[in-house]
Ligand binder design. Structure first.
Ligand code: UP5
Ligand code: MG
Length: 190
């Protein structure tokens, strides 16, 4: 069977990771956060990409797709599973092109789950997260947001044109947001 994929997109701190954890508990998906995979690779002393990844993350820039896509593919293979939530990817045209080239023939894209959340709410969430991330500071957040607006929004619009986007109002509390998420995953054809 062809593995199936849901792309999970939204601004920095919109709640992608939080909601993915819940989906995993109820719907048997494997959660793969591209950001988490990149941070793991950065922390691996044997990696030749550590410094590059850290620089990109602090600057809120998007790491070249060859690196991200191969981490995603390796994690998919290693899981031995067939349903994936790919969180925080594809974030720009380079990501989309690289994914299409390497993966489009191997997996089925179910839909794109879009957590829509304004800048002020996202900023507040990131600044109060307290996870010690090197990009949770005002300066990096401004850059992350610019990248999101200039590069990721057009990717969401691309999928909107293909009628593949399921938009969720992510400004409310975690439970309320998850009610809407569940409604989507309970649909008969999902
Ligand atoms: N929280 C969550 N939901 C809430 C709610 N409904 N109400 C109130 N609080 C809520 O949540 C963020 C914080 O808000 C948490 O404290 C949470 O408790 C609270 P989280 O679920 O972590 O949000 P998420 O959207 O996952 O935020 P994250 O910061 O992870 O999003 P980013 O997209 O910015 O980060 P990511 O890790 O995906 O990417 C980081 C960087 O990696 C990028 O900027 C880029 O440099 C690089 N990257 C690439 O280069 N390529 C990729 O493909 C992916 C990443
Ligand atoms: Mg996240």
């Amino acid at each position: 069977m062809q593995p199936s994929v849901v792309f999970v997109l939204g601004g920095p701190g919109a709640g992608k990771g939080t909601q993915c954890q819940r989906i995993v508990q109820n719907y048997g998906y494997v959660h793969l956060s591209a950001g988490d995979l990149l941070r793991e690779e950065r922390n691996n002393p044997g990696s030749k990409y550590g410094e590059l990844i850290e620089n990109y993350i602090r600057e809120g820039k998007i790491v070249p797709v060859e690196i991200t896509c191969s981490l995603l593919e390796a994690a998919m293979d290693a899981s031995g599973k067939e349903k994936f939530l790919i969180d925080g990817f594809p974030r720009n045209q380079n990501n989309l092109d690289g994914w299409q080239k390497a993966m489009a023939g191997k997996v089925r894209l179910q839909f794109v789950l879009f957590f829509d959340c304004p800048l002020e709410v996202c900023t507040e969430r990131c600044l109060s997260r307290g996870a010690g991330r090197s990009d949770d500071n005002m300066e990096s957040l401004r850059k992350r947001f610019n990248t999101y607006l200039n590069e990721t929004k057009p990717i969401i619009e691309h999928y909107e044109d293909l009628s593949l986007v399921r938009r969720i109002d992510a400004t409310r509390g975690v439970e309320k947001v998850y009610e809407d998420v569940r409604r989507i995953f309970e649909e008969p054809n999902v």
